[in-house]
Ligand binder design. Structure first.
Ligand code: GLC
Length: 612
């Protein structure tokens, strides 16, 4: 059903420049319109295409709708610019299921519309494409921050792009460039580090990897520098968001701080833009009490004039709505005027088109602003070669979960581990005859992977194929060594490995009041039963372990390693040395959160890590 506002727009041509095509050179003979001719400069192709678009078509290009809200033919009927799958998977997440979904939407866009403008399909491939069953799931960003190896991160970006592009996904909402000031934040693991220099370096490396050297390459996936700006700098307790539970930090407020903005938060975005990032996602949070989605000074003046960003800006999930919760039309108008070019609506495309059409007719949003937004979106689509190659390269399917990618994940895991304590039990000697690997994270792929995997929040259990920590140790142990998955009823065990993990979470659902790790209690069951005990912490952030230190002879931070649990064994057995360094301060107790007072030493400071 096309709304009245849109019909009026179409009838009056209000806002449309659908007049005689602008004086661009005529296309070469095989093309009906100049915009279809890849030999022409992109800006001329964009000018021509815009000249054939009515305002309602342009507004459609500014809409990004989530997969579950689409009705058949919506993509073509509403001229949608993009479709996303926001956290979670399609069906059982197999490559064929993803392909069938993305290919059908693209077919509709390209073949069932007057001008055949392709869509861009976007997902959160934030640690590999975690919602692609059988895909390679790499360590979450915090682990890569501990590894602090730009070349490794670039290779991970490349591998992630191959697996996503293989199934028609050419846009990922990553990397996160947040700098968590309070590690109780549920998105701490999505960040690389509390050091902005490391964030800038790894964010740029990831973007180089995920986008590649040539955006028209079918294996190129456009990146998203997110969440602009200050997503990880909010004040504890300042969030008003309630999703599943009351958020504490996520989507909260960052008090205005020009020095923080200039010296800490913006430099990673400058490096991301210099690395070629083609999209930026706005933060849900507020800056000095003003929702950033409606903050033109930041989203346009700072991002574009100061940093020189030329791609397009996308909102976060219904992020515009928070500007004025009582007036959707006003929210959309203020969001677009602030500088958001594509709106992650994400549910009701027609309501979005109606709202923006009314604002256009009412003069609250100009056609020039709409043209500017659509120009940016179309420019990226032309840069990606989508008009020439809208469909995936089937040869990329062989990269999904490939031996090469699994080896890369194993390398990443090994480089991400940080040795916090060691009385000499590590590296595990081959003289150990019995090893018991216990704890809630010993044999649980879901805990190893964390959030943004087969579901938004993540789940415990065998959610995806991969190698658990127990399986990795079992595979590595020498012949003759007995590896147990529980303590025997009696007797001593040479080495107990207690792998203890946080339950999976994502976003504000993971906002923590106490940084507790309940599974540490497993150590009490090991008292007096193990000659040596190694504690492996599987968490999305530093957690409070101080009282457990006396119960373990060695302590290792493993973060959220993903599918390559064998990488943990590589380091525990000494096949690969410990090289990881803490990307964030590790507090002794909550008195040191969000930060320790001067002179009050952290349990382990940022940059700490032992070797052997
Ligand atoms: C979420 C997140 C954002 C993600 C988007 C799409 O709410 O804030 O990081 O990219 O929605 O899933």
């Amino acid at each position: 059903m096309i709304s009245a506002a849109i019909l009026v727009l179409a009838a009056t041509g209000c806002g449309s420049k659908d007049v005689a095509p602008s004086p661009t050179p005529s296309p070469s003979p095989s093309f009906e319109f100049p915009y279809q001719d890849p030999s022409l400069p992109i800006d001329q192709r964009v000018d021509d295409l815009l000249s054939h678009m009515a305002a309602e078509d342009k507004i459609g290009q500014m809409a990004q709708i989530e997969e579950g809200s689409l009705s058949p033919d919506d993509v073509s009927d509403l001229w949608l610019g993009s479709v996303l799958h926001g956290g979670g998977t399609v069906g059982t997440g197999t490559p064929d299921e993803w392909l069938s979904v993305t290919a059908e939407h693209q077919r509709e866009a390209v073949e069932d519309t007057r001008l055949g403008i392709p869509i861009i399909y976007g997902v959160d491939a934030v640690h590999g494409f975690g919602a692609l069953y059988g895909g390679t799931v790499f360590p979450h960003q915090i682990g890569l921050g501990a590894a602090n190896d730009p070349d490794l991160v670039e290779r991970i970006g490349r591998a992630t792009a191959e697996e996503a592009a293989a199934v028609g996904v050419r846009w990922t909402f990553s990397p996160v460039l947040a700098i968590p000031s309070d590690i109780r934040w549920g998105r701490t693991y999505e960040a690389y580090s509390q050091d902005p220099v490391i964030v800038a370096s790894l964010g740029a490396a990831y973007i180089r990897g995920i986008q590649g050297d040539d955006l028209t390459d079918p294996a190129s996936v456009i990146a998203t520098a997110k969440h602009f700006i200050g997503d990880g700098s909010t004040v504890y307790g300042s969030s008003t968001q309630f999703i599943v539970q009351q958020y504490l930090l996520d989507q909260g407020n960052t008090p205005a701080n020009p020095a923080l903005l200039r010296d800490v938060l913006l430099p990673p975005y400058q490096d991301a833009i210099d690395a070629g990032a083609r999209t930026v996602m706005v933060s849900f949070s507020s800056w000095d009490g003003v929702k950033i989605h409606g903050n033109q000074a930041l989203v346009t003046d700072t991002l574009r004039e100061d940093l020189g960003f030329t791609g397009f800006v996308v909102s976060d999930w219904a992020g515009c709505d928070h500007i004025n919760p009582d007036d959707f039309q006003d929210s959309i108008a203020r969001c677009v005027n602030a500088g958001v070019d594509m709106v992650m609506v994400p549910y009701d495309a027609e309501a979005f088109k109606e709202a923006l059409s009314l604002s256009l007719m009412g003069g609250d949003v100009s056609i020039d602003r709409i043209d500017e937004a659509v120009r940016r979106i179309l420019t990226v689509k032309f840069e990606m070669g989508l008009f020439e190659n809208p469909y995936p390269d089937p040869t990329l399917l062989d990269t999904i979960g490939s031996a090469e990618h699994r080896a890369l994940a194993r390398e990443a895991v090994a480089k991400s581990l940080v040795l916090l304590e060691n009385d000499g039990v590590l590296p595990l000697s081959d003289s150990a005859q019995t090893i018991a690997v216990v704890g809630n994270a010993a044999d649980d792929m879901g805990i190893q992977a964390g959030g943004w995997t087969m579901s938004w929040q993540g789940d415990s259990g065998p959610v995806i194929p991969g190698t658990t920590i127990l399986e990795g140790i079992t595979e590595r142990a020498e012949a003759g060594v007995t590896v147990l998955d529980e303590l025997p009823d009696s007797g001593m065990v040479d080495v107990c490995v207690a792998a203890v993990g946080e339950r999976p979470y994502a976003e504000g659902v993971g906002d923590s009041t106490d940084l507790a790790l309940p599974g540490l209690s497993v150590l009490d069951t090991l008292e007096g039963r193990c000659d040596s005990t190694v504690l492996v912490v599987v968490s999305g952030r530093p957690v409070i372990i101080t009282d457990a230190l006396g119960k373990a002879d060695a302590v290792v931070a493993a973060w959220l390693p993903g599918t390559a649990g064998e990488g943990v064994a590589d380091v525990l057995f000494g096949d690969v040395p410990f090289t990881g360094r803490l990307p964030m301060n590790w507090p002794r107790d909550l008195s040191q959160v969000p930060s320790a007072s001067s002179g009050d030493e952290y349990l382990y400071p940022i940059g700490y890590g032992l070797t052997y």
